[in-house]
Every structure is written in structure tokens, then in C-alpha cells.
Design a protein. Structure first.
Length: 221
């Protein structure tokens, strides 16, 4: 499993965020803002969705590339970039993020914002390995993924290792969802050397529930 068809319906029926998260902005600023020529920096997002992060990367002068399994998401991203970023550099591709259509060592950085979590553990390892394959030596990884004990973990129908078809929380109705534990990150993020692991938490419904996410930053080994 690398893409659940339920996401086609989600992208068709649900309004999506227009702007990137602050933690991604900080990652890009730390690692790439000092580039002598930003137009020569190629960044890839796995599971780009409707393109909020690609829009930010493009506006900052980088070449932004995205892959997603949903044709609706790719169409929405293309439409926004064409409309708001005339002459943007980069390409979008509908396909399987375990089989990326790029040569080895193409990109300076790889980005995953709540995409890889929707795959089983072994498939997720393959995805991280594939992202490493297409990233240059010394290239950077940003991965934001749902953590164990986040709201929704343990609800609904069990789907294997730390995975559920959640009945509660922000992932309810969004297909297969895997929650990551801290002790398995080094094994999960195969092909990368983990540099930092942070946790982002926020509450919902007047502090009744807590959403927990790991932010993993790594470097191509």
C-alpha cells in the first residue's frame, strides 16, 4: 500500500490548507536559504497533495517537485502553481512513491508532511529508502508523522503494526493510518542518518484530546 483511494474522495470533497507549517519553513530556511542560487536547488515532496508546500518552495525561488497518488491533488497543485507562480520551475507526477520516476541523486532535499504514515511499516521503510536513493549525498530529509498515543491511535479497526482504520481523531475516515513510536524511528528512516527528532503536540475539543506528531530531520548517509 502506498496510496489509499479514499484520498481521492478526500481531496475532492474537503477544503485543504493553503500554507505550509512553521516547522517546514524553519527546516527549509536552515538548510537552503543560504544557497548562492536557489533556482539550482531541487526539492521533492512525497505526497504533495494540493500543493501548499510546493507553493511555498516555489515562491522562495526553489525548484519544487511533487509526487502524489491522487490525480485530483495533482490537478489542484498544478492549477494553483500556474495561477499564483507564473513560470514556476519543477514538475508534478502522479504515481507510486515507492517507485519514484527520478534518477539516483537528483534532489537536494526530500519532504514528507503526513504522507508516509499512511503506509505499513515495511512499506514506509521502502519509501524512505527510495527518497534516499533520489537524494544527493549530504541531502536533507524532513518528515512529519503521527506518533503513538496521538488522538485516534487504538480506535477503530486494527490494521497491523501500530496501524488502524481510525474511528476517532483527525485521521478518522482517511483510510490506513500508522502511528510511529520513538524507538523504531532509526530503523524506519532507512538510508538516512537521523539528526534530530522533535515532537509537536496540540489539543483539540477544549483540551480533551491531544494530537502528537514527530518531526524528523535527517541527512543522506
Amino acid at each position: 500500500m502506498t496510496w489509499d483511494p479514499v484520498w481521492e474522495e478526500v481531496f475532492q470533497s474537503q477544503a485543504w490548507g493553503k500554507y505550509p507549517s512553521e516547522d517546514l519553513i524553519r527546516f527549509v530556511a536552515r538548510n537552503f536559504y543560504d544557497a548562492a542560487d536557489r533556482s539550482q536547488i531541487n526539492l521533492l515532496e512525497a505526497g504533495c497533495g494540493p500543493g501548499a508546500n510546493l507553493w511555498f518552495l516555489t515562491r522562495e525561488g526553489f525548484q519544487a517537485h511533487g509526487v502524489d497518488g491522487s490525480q485530483t491533488a495533482i490537478n489542484l497543485a498544478h492549477s494553483r502553481l500556474d495561477r499564483e507562480c507564473p513560470g514556476w520551475q519543477g514538475k508534478l507526477h502522479r504515481g507510486d512513491i515507492r517507485r519514484l520516476p527520478y534518477p539516483d541523486m537528483t534532489f537536494d532535499g526530500a519532504i514528507d508532511v503526513e504522507c508516509i504514515y499512511s503506509n505499513p511499516f515495511d512499506a514506509s521503510r521502502e519509501i524512505y529508502q527510495e527518497l534516499a536513493r533520489v537524494t544527493k549525498a549530504g541531502g536533507k530529509l524532513f518528515s512529519r508523522t503521527f506518533a503513538r498515543d496521538s488522538w485516534g491511535d487504538g480506535t477503530g479497526v486494527s490494521a497491523g503494526h501500530h496501524a488502524w482504520f481510525c474511528s476517532h481523531g483527525p485521521l478518522a475516515g482517511k483510510g490506513f493510518s500508522r502511528f510511529t513510536s520513538l524507538d523504531e524511528i532509526s530503523d524506519l528512516v532507512s538510508g538516512w542518518q537521523v539528526r534530530s527528532i522533535e515532537m509537536i503536540t496540540h489539543t483539540r475539543e477544549n483540551r480533551l484530546h491531544t494530537v502528537r506528531e514527530f518531526v524528523i530531520e535527517a541527512e543522506k548517509a
